[in-house]
Design a protein around this ligand. Structure first.
Ligand code: GLN
Length: 497
């Protein structure tokens, strides 16, 4: 074990990579690790509420024992993630395991199939621990819009963990799971990663199959890894990628997406880092800006050259994102009528039109309804050109501006979130303020580019994240930069729970 991890004395603090080695060697039993994970969950879950559903203890322990049997007998395929528990955001379909999307309308929904990522990770021996809390249908930045109640930030239980993958981030930060899956349509991996001080990657569009991901806005979203270290993030990611015949937008990963810490002498000499000034624009908290700038200085001390630049259309990214995301959502969510699956109101002799309306009235929360209405409006005749088409044009311009920037810079950097984690209840009543949180994350979704949030420090005991973006399929480069910075920052804080 290298020095970065060796200070973690408890098994629940081991990195995924170290844990994999230990389980394979037989020096840690998968069953013991699972038992200690369950013990940790028992102790902190009541405070944090990261999960909507946890798999039954006996099933989890039996799955872990099966891995131990294979290690002992030296027989049977031992996957690269053998025996490692994983927490899965509750919009990724898991066969036989309830998948609610944080919504009442899917409260009792049990998928009959697995998402492709789940198939891949289980093939490698990962064990699904449970399904994590989220904003209903992934619409939100705080995990407060969950039918199942909010998740709390492990660093300060009176604050939000970010969203919409808040349960996944909180589970990893609170040491309830060594790794997790989230999804990111406009920042839903990077926002909670930043607020909870974990690593989160929104992959290049197409690298991870979306088959079995319950859709919010198809053209923007990707499933991605959430972990405590960059190395773990790269490891988990490497087992998620790949072309999938069941998702026509998926592609074969080029070599550039992979990362091995052995490949790199960890200095960053000659690396050109662009800092779009728009990322530090209106609404950014001074304390966040300061912490990120300090991290950028660290990056320079490792040999990188940081230079301010401009991507003017970033100022239009947020409105363009919300028009496109809501438009796609209004169409995607039309399928929830309660006729084939999902919430079904009791039959009181209504006509089907009323049943349909009642199911949706009772099944969807207020934020989801708001978005269906706004999205339908933006797509309606007479307004389509004015809103939807215009947003798509902004998307094209943004893509071109980013391409231009990447002619000069290897990576772009800035804050992941403009603000520190806020108090529970502070923004729920103000949708525009909530949307404003996403200014720095949505450009990566509109352009399809990869982006990672790395913990870079604390202000008043609250986490701050730095975001790195690169050209499509340059995840390997992002990992390399983030790994170097992570080592040099050497953050060792832990939430007190
Ligand atoms: N906060 C953004 C939204 O509400 C992003 C959500 C996401 O990435 N799923 O749309």
């Amino acid at each position: 074990m290298d020095s970065f991890h060796s200070y973690y004395p408890l098994p629940s603090r081991l990195s995924v990579s170290d844990l994999c080695d230990a389980i394979r060697r037989g020096s840690i039993k998968a069953e013991d690790y699972m038992a200690s994970t369950l013990d940790r969950i028992r102790r902190v879950e009541e405070k944090v509420h990261a999960f909507i559903t946890i798999v039954e203890e006996s099933t989890l322990l039996e799955r872990a024992r099966e891995i131990d049997r294979r290690v002992r007998d030296g027989k049977g395929f031992l996957g690269a993630l053998a025996g490692i528990p994983i927490a899965v955001k509750d919009l990724i379909c898991t066969k036989g395991l309830r998948t609610t999307c944080g919504s009442r309308i899917l409260e009792g929904y049990i998928p009959t199939y697995n998402a492709t990522v789940i198939e891949r990770l289980e093939e490698q021996g990962a064990i699904i621990l449970g399904k994590t809390n989220m904003d209903e249908f992934a619409m939100g930045s705080s995990t407060e819009f969950s039918y199942f109640g909010p998740t709390r930030n492990p660093w300060d239980l009176s604050r939000v963990p970010g969203g919409s993958s808040g349960g996944s981030a909180a589970a990893v930060a609170a040491l309830e799971a060594p790794m997790a899956l989230g999804s990111d349509t406009g920042g839903s991996i990077r926002c909670p990663a930043s607020f909870c001080s974990v690593v989160g990657l929104k992959p290049t569009y197409g690298l991870v199959s979306r088959f079995g991901l319950i859709a919010y806005a198809n053209s923007l979203e990707q499933i991605g890894p959430m972990t405590r270290t960059v190395e773990d993030c790269a490891l988990l990611f490497s087992h998620m990628v790949g072309r999938d015949p069941l998702d026509s937008t998926s592609v074969e990963p080029p070599k550039t997406v992979f990362f091995s810490k052995k490949d790199d002498a960890m200095d960053l000499v000659g690396l050109k880092v662009g800092i779009p000034k728009e990322f530090f624009g209106e609404g950014i908290q001074e304390s966040v800006a300061k912490t990120v700038r300090k991290a950028l200085e660290k990056l320079e001390s490792l040999g990188a050259q940081c230079e301010e630049t401009t991507i003017p259309s970033i100022q239009y990214a947020l409105p363009a994102y919300y028009i496109i995301a809501m438009s796609e959502a209004s169409s995607n969510l039309a399928r929830y009528d309660g006729l084939r699956y999902g919430l079904r109101v009791p039959d009181r002799g209504y006509g089907w039109n009323t049943i349909f309306a009642e199911n949706r009235r009772l099944g969807f929360g207020p934020e989801v309804k708001r978005r269906i209405i706004l999205g339908t409006y933006a797509l309606s005749a007479g307004y389509f050109d004015k809103y939807y088409l215009k947003a798509q044009k902004i998307r094209t311009i943004l893509r071109m501006e980013f391409q231009r920037a990447f002619k000069r810079f290897d990576v772009l950097a800035g804050p992941s979130m403009p603000i520190l984690p806020f108090k529970i209840g502070e923004k729920v009543g103000n949708p525009l303020e909530m949307y404003m949180c996403d200014v720095d994350t949505v450009p990566a979704n509109l352009t399809g580019l990869p982006a990672l949030s790395l913990p870079c420090g604390f202000r008043n005991g609250l986490p701050v994240g730095i975001q790195f973006m690169a050209q499509a399929f340059q995840e390997g480069l992002i990992f390399r930069v983030a790994y170097a910075l992570e080592k040099s920052l050497d953050l060792r804080e832990e939430p007190r729970l």
